[in-house]
Design a binder for this molecule. Structure first.
Ligand SMILES: N[C@@H](CCC(=O)N[C@@H](CS)C(=O)NCC(=O)O)C(=O)O
Length: 75
């Protein structure tokens, strides 16, 4: 996700979540993602919680530069 955000020039703030320490099970993270998983992305008033959905959303709102080649075979 960070690679895609950087590639597309979309600024973001990182919120470290230490899985080993159990940060993802604490109220602060559960308030963002009750699924207790990382990475969530808060953007445009939304909270996206699945990596593929996040990449798909970023591709939609900022098509260039594209994450994937145009042709199906190249993809
Ligand atoms: N389907 C989710 C999976 C996310 C996921 O499994 N994240 C792991 C870290 S890579 C996680 O949050 N693990 C914490 C746990 O399972 O308790 C996605 O693609 O974003």
């Amino acid at each position: 996700m960070r690679v895609a955000l950087n590639l597309k020039g979309i600024g973001f703030d990182r919120v470290p979540v230490d899985l080993v320490a159990g940060d993802h099970r604490r109220p602060a993270h559960l308030a963002v993602n009750p699924q207790r998983l990382v990475p969530p992305l808060q953007i445009d008033g939304l909270v996206l919680t699945q990596s593929m959905a996040i990449l798909d959303y970023l591709e939609d709102i900022r098509p260039q530069p594209a994450l994937l080649p145009v042709g199906p075979a190249d993809r």
